[in-house]
Design a protein. Sequence first.
Length: 734
Amino acid sequence: MWGNRFRQRLRMAPLHAAVALADRLAGRARRDPLPRAHEATGVGISVVIPDRDAPELLMRALDSVRSALEGLTEPSQVVVTTNGAPSERYAEVARAHPHTEFVHHAEPLGFGAAVVAGLKRVRHDWTLLLNNDMTLERDALHELAACRAGDVFAIGAQIIQRSADGRREETGFTDWYADASGVRIFHAPPGDGGVPRRTLCVSGGAGLFQTRQLRRYAGDSVCYDPFYWEDVEWSVRAQREGFRVLFCARAIAHHLHRATTSRFYTPTEIERVVERNRVLCDLRNAITGHGAASLLQRVCDLPYASQRELSRLSVAARVFARRRRAACVQLPVVPVTLPVAGGPPSRVTPTFSVRFRSAARPRLLVISPYCIYPARHGGARRVEGLLRRLRCEFDVALVSDEASLHDARSFASFDGLLGVHLVQRAVGDDAAAGADLADRMRSHGHHALRQAVIDALRIHRPDVVQVEHVELAMLSKLRQAGQRWILGLHDAFSPSDFRDPAEGARFADHVRSTYDAVTVCSREDHRLFAHPRAVCVFNGTDSTQMEHAPSDSAQLLFMGPFRYVQNLNGIRHFLRVAYPAIKDAVPEASLVVLGGDGAPAATAGDDVFAQPGVRVLEHREDIAALLGASAMTVNPLSGIRGSAIKVIESLAAGRVCVSTLEGARGYADAGLPGLVAVSDVAGMIDPIVKLLTDPARRRDIERPDAAQLARFSWQQCAAVQGDLYRSLLGTSDA
């Protein structure tokens, strides 16, 4: 039963009935969208800019529009819908742009209502919608106009905008997926800027639309006011009606993200409205295929203000009318649905930003117990770094656990693979994380993962199977004739990892007999586990060719997600033993701890992290900027195997790494002057103090040597692994 209490269900009963009845009436009438016949459209472009009391922003937007219109030979007009401010506020703008038409509304309008008001003044067949916090590059409108056709509803510009953590948050090239909470939209990498591509939806902040269709859709979407998700509905409706929706990467718009909405709404209220509208879009457009009970439960999980807004009879009536028509027509591209915990595997299908290859080269199946895209820890970064090169030579299919950690960045990374199969462990299956190796193998090698591997072997018929991490080693029982299987040992193992050493010995024999080869990432691990064909593939980095900028601060940096317990234990020990002494000797010293998702919450109330100068950050995209702002990195790890990618990333970026000997595994004997390895955490104090107080010495040893670092580039590491594959397949030139 949906809902949490009787009064809530009673209040939402009209909306539930509207969804259920719409689905029932549409169920027997489903059809595919019909290709839209090419219809001639006239020339002429109208520009509509909604503005709420922001004449300074508007002036910049209009200046860019005037420049973009100069190269067009067809008729044009510019309409500004001002609202929430007296018309006198725009006197200077009107003088600077005398040909602009102003539609004034003293009361504030939502985005949809402002667009509708502007469209009443539009005279031309194509309308450019532009946010007041957008600016166009000079040739943007020319590029958009060149993509027009009778069967095209909208063409989106490439949007340039970055979030506070350094990640590019908008591109204008949109796609979607679904998880347990419903449909989600994301911006994918824009590509190489060549031929316009099909896209999910065009932003109402920087897109060119067929005026006739836009009028139909915009007038029916003011229910999304004050902002967001209305433009998704426009494009989804158009594609169901047979129109194309395009993305033109050559048309560039620059965005000051939420420069207007943040002036009038708190971040909490903005997120509330976005979530409400995300659910409303699915209610109205039947996107996920979920029924009335599931959708109404999502509504009941929203804040009370959102529930109250969606409980109105007028909302239910409009949901029924829109959903009944929408549910009759199949979506041209269905969003990928991530599997739920303990549920069956999910096979990713091509969408707008994901286009799978047809197999033409040797086929490689990679199996990982962790989310690789995006990479949240060193093991994932290793696999991601190797695959980025290997996929240039092999057709790569991927089986990956931790489906719930995949997000917008994941799907863009799937583009060009042979296929992707996602699974999610059931709740409680990870309870063995701290147990012995046998328990961890049983936890990671769960039924859903095994089923996904069976499906992938059947569908892709790989020549080579690469199993990542020792915890999945027993999957080799699924091996088929003609395949070559390799086990990637991120951490080598020994019989002591098992409660029963005899079980450990049997497992070692299993690995030797069922795997054609194993890879390790350090010479120390190579000596720890013997296999007839063991190959050392170092951990690497992309930063070996970076231009060096000398360090100029007293900031120390630790990079290590706390999900790997040795990272948390290591930096906590450093803060107890070494940091107070370093701070006493160098008062200006500080420490940034990059602990990954949830790190600030995990350290709240822990006195060692509350010391002066210590900052704990979550996952960030701008690692290069953090390294550049630091004097050096620290790596106080113990009790590890494998090797720490953070070490080579620091050295390649031109930053000294002061590490314990255990933390320096894989690099300690490489002759890298920027690596200072000491016996224990207490031994880190003296070299750190000396390097902080002697900048000349620090800058002398931090400068990266490209020749020394070359063997630690992902390009070279992948070449070693590729040579192993070729030799096993008998295609090596050697």
